[in-house]
Write a protein of this length. Sequence first.
Length: 460
Amino acid sequence: MFRASMFSCALAIGLGGLFDAANPAVAVSPQGAAKVDPARDTSERGAVGVGDLVVARQDVALRFENKTVDHVQAGQVLRVLAISEDRYWVSRGLPGWVSAKSMIELEHAESFFESRIGRGGDSADYFARGAVRVAVGKAEEGVSDLRKAIEISGDRPGYLEQLGFAQLATREHQSASVTFSKAIQNDPKSASAWMGRGLFHYQAGRHQESYQDFYKAHQLVPDHAFPRKYLGVILHDRGQLVEARTQLEKAVKLDAFDAFSHKALGRLIFEQGDLPEALNEFSIALNLAPSDVEALTGRGVTRHAIGKELSGAAKDFQEALRLLDPAEHEAFLWSNLGQAQFELGDFTNARASLENAIRLDPKFAEARSHLAYLLAVQQPSVSDDLNEAKQHLRVVFAGQDAKTFWDYRALAAVNAAYGDFVRAARFQRLGEDSLKSHGPMRFVEASAETRKIYERKAKG
């Protein structure tokens, strides 16, 4: 099962970078794109490779099939998703080609615009340097530059929106809300302003307001992938799975390189029970964003649910934990890692992982049930372990949550360890009933075999 906390939304570099992809895959490339090795050395001659961040030197149009699909302002940070001769395929939700000559590598962009400012630059140069500074982690300095640009030029279209995204990056949430609202007031047809305020509302947990703003942006620009993916996520959270899938599949079709959309679609498809397709979507997301903790978690959960890639599931959970700050380690991840390790026969590490999960979240019933089961079936003759298993199950069954297969399976195993096979068989059957209703289905056959063993022993 997914926890909501494992699927939060992240902000990076405004609309140009609302995904995090270290080495995007080029498996689904636009027509004419060359397959470029993302791992190649791009240091020589300032070469740019797939996955690199580049910055617009001046205002420029993105084009596809001889049509302009989007306009990018100087300073906009974009990730190279594919390369074809002297062009880069980039996206802010409306993907298209841009001339390589009109772009500069991110590492050189700040000094490039700084030199312009030193020669008496205008508001556009302050705006550009501000956007770049936000992208390289100098968010407060970036906000200062963006304010300077607005002070010089007034509320030029696009400036307020970029300031709003920068304010979200510096956690000035209320200021960002005011900025986006002002941008909407100045230009009600600014889709990016509606998107920005929608993102602010989403991060604040106001999903109804977020939905309204994203829907307005969608009405203004129906072919923009960004509002569609958030509409899909919100609809999913509401339980409207069919409508959510329609939005997310359209978002993926509009921008195949958006890792967030693939991850969100994978999460939804997992819930619908199509595990192979969910695995495919999470894998695509990780090709695009290898360090995405949520995509790693999603793929690990899916692999574990399928049951044929347990070592891969364990590696996914371990990598996700490695990427997380230790203070943010999720009990959910440790519990899932412990489950995979247990099935792989790594009982010592499984026990340690499940104990970590319980330490982080003492009320996490699923982790307690898995640990109780491990203690009951691996060392049933050790009274201390059985006593500990009983203590975990007392906590689990004292809770008000509906009991799961894992809970009943553990209770059955503890009773069996004490020789009470009548109770063991009864609890195992209750677990089976839950399993048939909620899955994972791969455990049904094994659970039935275990129950039959208990029943035979109960008859002597």
